[in-house]
Design a protein around this ligand. Structure first.
Ligand code: G6P
Length: 384
């Protein structure tokens, strides 16, 4: 086991640090640079994307009337992260479903629907059962799976492997960021023929290619900081995480990471819902983590910041912001501010989750807990 961990004390930390490489592997042969060599098999796709695993069914996928993502746990959060760009580029209605709830409701499905099953293991019982149900309804089924040869990979009509490498820590880290990338690459593939989307597609394509280096920088800049913050937060019994837009997923996944690793009660809350209940929890003792992107939601996030500040919540606040965001930097003497590098809006969530992965890891270590095997949890939940 120690050999597999290399120089890392835990699989989770190793997997967090593998992300520049796992993301590169996820994109290999799929996100093709503008100057790929002429003998590259992908030369026809220079400066674009190519997903071989979808090519047989891409026409059916494009002609569908609705896209439904189905997943559990962290994989569900990657669907939350990928949905907006899928909607934007395909102009199709995109819904996301917890596999368990999808089954409970016997959600109406049609042959014109595409169901995308997102699963690291490819064996999660609820997701697998939902796949069987979708097949019965004759929807087109697509797998986004890490484990090659797994049940979901085998039973879906077509799909995309994450190629993130084995993930051993129970808490998912590198699979999450690779899932987001795959969903975004699928959105790019589906919109390849849309003239109106070319500018936006190019912006995202080019940002994908620079992302691994930004992940490396984020890890280097923030690991020590997050360790210090974990020391300060480790005795707390509750932490609230707020985000919206592309960071709605980040606050949900950040909350899940912290609770499963540290056993501290956390809640991920859409920042637009503050006034509908959560504000009642805010006082100067409640730790708050706020995700602030420099994107279309910036003004609304600042509004949330003011609402929390007015209830004393700034006393114990961590903001995860973007480098160069002068509006948020104004608060840097009042709050703990960590900044991740700037990238295109829809990829900002890949960078902003990294300080949360590090924070949850360091919280577990500081509290003397089992990092790779949190109590009561399993890597793959194969019973319903
Ligand atoms: C378990 C794991 C989580 C994972 C979830 C879904 O709860 O502990 O890390 O996100 O299952 O697993 P899947 O393999 O379907 O992504």
């Amino acid at each position: 086991e120690q050999i597999m961990k290399g120089s890392y004390p835990h699989f989770m930390l190793k997997e967090i640090y593998e992300q520049p490489d796992s993301l590169t592997q996820t994109m290999r042969g799929r996100v093709i640079s503008h100057d790929s060599s002429p003998d590259d098999v992908s030369r026809n796709h220079r400066g674009d994307v190519h997903l071989g695993g979808l090519s047989q069914r891409i026409g059916d996928f494009r002609r569908s009337s609705r896209i439904i993502f189905v997943a559990c746990g962290t994989s569900f959060h990657s669907c939350l992260a990928g949905r907006q760009v899928m909607e934007e580029l395909t102009e199709l209605p995109v819904s996301i479903e917890l596999a368990s709830d999808f089954l409970d409701r016997e959600t109406p499905l049609f042959r014109s629907d595409v169901c995308v099953f997102v699963s690291q293991s490819g064996e999660t019982a609820d997701t697998l059962e939902a796949l069987r149900y979708a097949k019965k309804c004759q929807a087109l089924t697509v797998g986004v799976v890490n484990v090659v040869g797994s049940s979901i990979a085998r039973l879906t009509d077509c799909g995309v492997h994450l190629n993130a490498g084995a993930e051993i820590g129970v808490a998912s880290t590198k699979a999450y960021t690779s899932q987001i990338l795959v969903l975004i690459i699928i959105a790019l593939q589906l919109s390849a023929d849309s003239r109106a989307k070319q500018g936006r597609r190019r912006e995202i394509h080019d940002a994908l290619l620079t992302l691994p280096n930004l992940v490396t920088k984020t890890l280097k800049d923030l690991d020590g900081r997050m360790k210090g913050i974990a020391e300060r937060l480790k005795e707390n019994t509750s932490i609230l995480l707020f985000g919206r837009g592309f960071h709605y997923a980040t606050c949900m996944e950040g909350a899940l990471k912290i609770k499963e690793l540290s056993y501290i009660h956390t809640e991920g809350i859409h920042a637009g819902e503050l006034k509908h209940g959560p504000l009642a929890l805010i006082d100067e003792n409640m730790p708050v983590i706020l995700f602030a992107g420099k994107d279309a939601c910036s003004g609304k996030v600042q509004n949330a910041l003011h609402q929390v500040t007015a209830r004393g919540g700034i006393a114990n606040m961590l903001i995860v912001g973007t480098e160069g965001d002068s509006e948020i930097e104004k608060f840097s003497d009042k709050v703990e501010l960590v900044q991740v590098p700037k990238t295109v809006d829809c990829l900002q969530c890949v960078l902003a989750i990294i300080p949360m992965q590090l924070l949850s890891y360091h919280l577990a270590v500081a509290r003397g807990l089992n990092v790779d095997q949190p109590r009561s949890l399993a890597k793959s939940v194969t019973v319903q």
